[in-house]
Every structure is written in C-alpha cells, then in structure tokens.
Design a protein around this ligand. Structure first.
Ligand SMILES: *Cc1c(COP(=O)(O)O)cnc(C)c1O
Length: 365
C-alpha cells in the first residue's frame, strides 16, 4: 500500500496508522465477541473491560495521582468551558489568564455562570507571549484560576505550569490542555482540574477527558445538569449516561500505542525534535517565513507561520497538497499557515514539510 499523506490538521487530527488498522480489523468483531465496539452495551463485560483498560493506561501514562478522578465526558473543550464553572465556581469569582483564542472563549463562557475576570492578558502584544505570572492579578476569593496550557490557534504553550501557592493564591488551577495532552508530563501538584477534548492528541471528537481532584467534586451549582456534574459522573464511573463508547475504545488504542512507543517521555522527546526542526527552518529562511511567538512560549504542537508575501499563500498550499502535505492553512482568525505536530505526526512528515518549505522559498524567494 502506498504511503498516506502527512496530515497537519489542528483537529480533528492525524491518528497513528496502526491504531486505524487495528480499529479496521476489529470493526465487525471485537476479540471474538461477534460484535463491533459500536454495537456493544456500555454495561456489558466487553465494553467494561475496554473502558477499564483505557482508564488504567492513561492513569499510568500521565502518572495521575490517586486523589484525581479520570472522567470520560462529552461536550468537548467548549462544553467544559461551561461545565467547569457550573461545578467549581459557586457563582463566585473566577480568574482567567488570557493567552489566546481558547482562553478568551473560556473567559466569555465562565462569565455566564460566575464573576469571571481577566487576571492577565497577552492580547495587547498580539498573543505572542505569556504574561509573567508574577504580574497576574489573582483575587484571594477566586474559586479557581483558569488557563489554556497550549493555545492551539496562537501557538503559545506553557512549558511550566505556574505555582499558584508561590504567587500567594490558594485557589485550584484549572488547565485546558486539549491540544498538548500526552505530549509532556503534567505537574499534578500544581493542578486541581485538567480537561482535554480528544480530537487533537487522543482520538476522535466526542470524548472529553477530565482529571479532577477529589476535593473539587462537591461544589456544583444546583442548576448544573446531572450528566455534567463531576460528582455524579465520578460516582458512576463515567456511566451515569451512555458514554461515547467508540471514542473511548479508540482513545484506549492510542494510549496503548503511546505506551508501546516508550510513553509520554518519548512523546516529549519526539515533540522537541520535531518542533525544533520546523522552527529552525522557519527562523533560517531569511525572512521568507516567520513565526512571531516569543521563543520561550513557542508551542511544540501547533506552529503558526506566515509567508512574507501573502500573495503566495494559495500557491504554497496547492504545492503542499501535491506533495501529500495536508491541512496547512492557518486558522481564519490569524491567517497564514499552521502546522500541527501532534504525537501521531511522524518525524518523516516534518522532514517532508521542511524540504518543501526550503524548496518553495528557493523557487519563489
Ligand atoms: C480544540 C480546542 C477546544 C475546543 O474543543 P471543542 O471540542 O471543539 O469544544 C478547546 N480548547 C482547546 C485548547 C482546543 O485546542
């Protein structure tokens, strides 16, 4: 079979080829059960084993401490923007660090349920850097502090999470890690809750992973829907209502793949290598291409870049597609290009992209 193209989509995004092949082989009959996974009761022993295995593997991969519950929910990242304040805010103060489009959306949605306020913002600088945590305006009465640890659109990543206690703030930290989960370790001592939509680095759209510390389970507002109440979901092992069963199955296959490749440490090593290659090519292009994010805040996962001459954008994209380099168009709010280098993007894909960047610059520079 000929090689598949390299898919740089920001999400839904590339999955490991071996996972897709396993899923295809098991489509009609999972492990001799006579059923495909989509056809199984979520309460049957077959799916219960798929669910338990996926949970155990992700807990091991991310070294999640026992005081955290891991929930498979629905509603995506934007769903969590409402579900988090419904569960944690008590209708009170919420502080949000705004570093790009996704935390901006979180701020807006939290404002519907809580007194959400900007603790710091990178907007004046065009979201090209992370505001220094020592200057964040954190309120003592805040129910939680929210940040997006990897801004998928603006390409800004927290390479260390802030230690809120050291900043004089006792509130739990909530992180939206949708677009870089499983590409690096998470320092759980600094986090109260983490959430991630699956469609970037885990699996198909429709599953949302939530990691929530035990002491945060019982703060929901009365109007919080039962299916989105963390205590209810946790007490029912993510089976209060029908969970997204097929998505959980694929996520489990991806977790197994990561473990077999060497775990999160290996994913991080590869991410550093892949992102390093691409940034070096952009920075070394003599201004033909540029990424505008401050070096210490550059994302390893989502790399937006611009051609000095935007009139070449369409030619660039068409030529990329011809070479089997797909979905490089930047987000409409930012323009230009964006390459997403998730775990399932092989090093060869980044090499092929770098070759193309150099070739194209040579021909049009
Ligand atoms: C993609 C993304 C989301 C949105 O997820 P939906 O599933 O579309 O609601 C939220 N946050 C981040 C950081 C994302 O990358």
């Amino acid at each position: 079979m000929s090689q598949r193209p390299f898919n740089f989509s920001a999400g839904p995004a590339v999955l490991p080829e071996s996972v897709l092949r396993t899923a295809a082989a098991e489509m009609l009959d999972w492990h001799g059960s006579g059923m495909g996974v989509m056809e199984m009761s979520h309460r049957g022993k077959e799916f219960q084993s798929i669910h338990a295995q996926a949970l155990a593997t992700v807990r091991e991969l991310l070294q999640v401490p026992s005081e955290f519950h891991i929930l498979f929910m629905q509603g995506g990242g934007l769903g969590e923007n409402a579900i988090v304040p419904l569960n944690l805010s008590g209708g009170g103060a919420v502080d949000v660090v705004v570093t790009g489009a996704w935390s901006q959306k979180s701020l807006k949605e939290a404002g519907r349920y809580a007194q959400a306020r900007v603790a710091a913002s990178g907007e004046a600088g065009g979201f090209r850097d992370i505001p220094d945590p020592r200057n964040w305006q954190l309120r003592t009465e805040a129910a939680y502090v929210h940040l997006c640890s990897n801004e998928t659109i603006h390409g800004v990543e927290f390479h260390t999470l802030p230690d809120l206690r050291a900043l004089g703030c006792d509130a739990p930290l909530v992180i939206d890690c949708s677009s870089h989960i499983l590409s690096r370790a998470i320092d759980w001592s600094r986090v109260g809750l983490a959430f991630a939509g699956a469609q970037k680095n885990i699996g198909p759209a429709g599953v949302t992973l939530v990691f929530v510390r035990e002491d945060l389970l019982d703060r929901a507002l009365p109007l919080c829907p039962s299916a989105f109440n963390y205590r209810t979901v946790a007490d029912n092992g993510s089976m209060f209502n029908t969970p997204p069963t097929y998505g959980i199955y694929i996520a489990g296959l991806v977790f197994d793949w990561i473990r077999d490749q060497g775990g999160v440490a290996e994913m991080e090593r590869r991410a550093i290598e892949k992102a390093g290659l691409l940034y070096a090519a952009l920075d070394g292009s003599g201004g033909f291409y540029r990424n505008e994010v401050a070096a210490p805040a550059r994302s390893r996962m989502n790399i937006p870049f611009f051609l000095a001459d935007p009139a070449l954008n369409e030619t660039f994209l068409a030529g990329a597609k011809e070479r089997g380099l797909l979905q490089l168009k930047g987000h409409k709010s930012v323009g230009g290009m964006r390459a997403s280098l998730y775990n399932a993007m092989p090093l060869d894909g980044v090499r092929a992209l770098v070759d193309y960047l150099q070739d194209f610059a040579h021909r049009h520079g």
